[in-house]
Design a protein around this ligand. Structure first.
Ligand code: NDP
Length: 435
């Protein structure tokens, strides 16, 4: 804490890993006295830079850009870029730290990184977003590369932004390489990448349910968020027979007792991805639904909860409400959406609880598959990518079970994910010497 003042999110992420990994190190001689965890919390390097651009009325705007290159023991740095006014060093360091463990779990060779800017894409014109992306990439391009550091999307960065950044990288470097993932299909993107995080989260939740002889069929599902991850979590949960009754954004949530089916989801995708509107606009077309301004959906009775918006969006009180309402499974689509106190509530009640670094790893895993396709200069079919994604989610589930099962048979997926992620990175660091 002394070394990282004013970084509560980073300390929270490190504490959560330390709680489970330190006892494991104490039991395993091989990992002792090597300062492995101490090395992992120190980024390889952090780049902070000025981003200057001109808005539509001709005014000069200044933002701050970041790239955290956290750990490259098992592969090039890999992790998304976030554009949101709340972006700061603490949030990006927590995300980069988590990313190192997550990428290790995917079974693919990717190190950990994260980046972004305190730029708010809301209310900006398409041209303003393009000029910002170009200004951001002008500096970032000096520090990344297809074998060095391969960024992707995150909050506020979707296909449009990745396209603008890729275009600028290509213009500056005069090379066409897989330097970003989440690209459009016509210029090296992978099929199923947009769907991968949301789908992967539902595949993971399903694997947890299967251990109890259960499934999504006939279950009531509560989802938060309405961005990339939430949209495809809703799609897959519905396909598997669940009834999704909520979605949200930073202003509030909608409740549709009849379920948000495929047709209604298409409308939400139009509102969010094309019109860039608010979730409350859902009521324009479906007036029977209800909108709760300024609230989060955890008060709604459900069997399965999928938090897919942002960090610390589900607190202890809300966790207690979910348990009291009979929820049996919580699977994180977002990164660290559940506060540590809330995680303890779920674990005490012996719920199936999946931490994001396991359950949302399908996105970066499919980014890894995009990198493979770019290197091969091939594109795989949707079926092939989806099959690989399913296989990876099953493998991550198996790793969590391996390292997280206690004597009573309860699987602590937090412990399992942390230890499994740690082991691979630690082994690589040991083999590479004191670096
Ligand atoms: P999007 O920008 O597409 O969507 C974000 C959603 O979360 C929006 O509905 C947004 O509402 C809401 N949200 C954002 N900030 C807040 C906030 N402070 N309070 C309440 N709601 C908020 O992002 P993604 O769907 O890509 O990302 C969502 C989460 O999933 C993040 O935690 C991200 O790190 C994580 N993730 C994403 C991956 C990916 O492949 N995209 C991969 C792995 C993890 P509003 O529109 O009002 O801002």
């Amino acid at each position: 804490a002394k070394k990282n003042p004013n970084e509560p999110e980073f300390l929270q992420a490190v504490m959560e890993v330390a709680e489970t990994v330190i006892p494991f190190i104490e039991e395993n001689k091989k990992y002792q006295n090597k300062m492995l965890l101490e090395r992992m919390v120190e980024s390889d390097r952090i780049i902070i830079f000025r981003v200057v651009w001109i808005d539509d009325i001709g005014k000069t705007q200044v933002n701050r850009g970041y790239r955290i290159q956290m750990n490259s023991a098992i592969g090039p740095y890999k992790g998304g870029i976030r554009f949101h006014p709340s972006v700061n060093l603490s949030i990006l360091k927590f995300l980069a730290f988590e990313q190192t463990f997550k990428n290790s779990l995917t079974t693919l060779p990717m190190g950990g990184g994260k980046g972004g800017a305190d730029f708010d894409p809301k209310g900006k014109s398409d041209n303003e977003v393009m000029r910002f992306c170009q200004a951001f990439m002008t500096e970032l391009s000096k520090h990344i590369g297809s074998n060095t550091d391969v960024p992707a999307g995150d909050i506020g960065v979707g296909g449009r932004e990745v396209g603008y950044m890729f275009g600028q990288y290509k213009r500056l470097r005069n090379e066409f390489t897989g330097v970003l993932t989440g690209k459009g299909i016509s210029f090296g993107g992978s099929l199923v990448r947009p769907e991968a995080t949301g789908y992967g989260n539902v595949y993971f939740a399903n694997s947890m349910l299967v251990t109890k002889g259960d499934s999504f069929s006939g279950k009531t599902v509560v989802v938060s968020g309405s961005g990339n991850v939430a949209q495809y979590a809703v799609e897959k949960a519905t396909q598997l027979g669940g009834k999704v009754v909520t979605m949200s954004d930073s202003a509030g949530y909608i409740y549709d007792a009849d379920g948000i089916d495929a047709t209604k989801l298409t409308y939400i995708m139009e509102i969010k991805n094309e019109l860039r509107g608010r979730i409350s606009d859902y009521l324009n077309k479906y007036p029977n639904a209800k909108y709760f301004a300024g609230k989060r959906p955890w008060e709604v009775k459900c069997d399965i909860a999928l938090p897919c918006a942002t960090q610390n969006e589900l607190n202890q009180e809300e966790a207690k409400m979910l348990v009291a309402n009979g929820c049996i499974c919580v699977s994180e689509g977002a990164n660290m959406p559940t506060t540590p106190e809330a995680v303890h509530v779920f674990q005490k009640a012996k719920l199936l609880f999946a931490p994001g670094k396991a359950s949302n790893a399908g996105g970066v895993a499919t980014s890894g598959l995009e990198m493979s396709q770019n290197s091969l200069r091939l594109s795989w079919s949707s079926e092939e990518v989806d099959e690989r994604l399913k296989g990876i989610m099953l493998a991550i589930h198996a790793s969590c079970v391996k390292y997280g099962t206690d004597q009573s048979g309860y699987v602590d997926y937090v412990k399992g994910a942390n230890i499994a992620g740690f082991v691979k990175v630690a082994d690589a660091m040991l083999a590479q010497g004191v670096v």
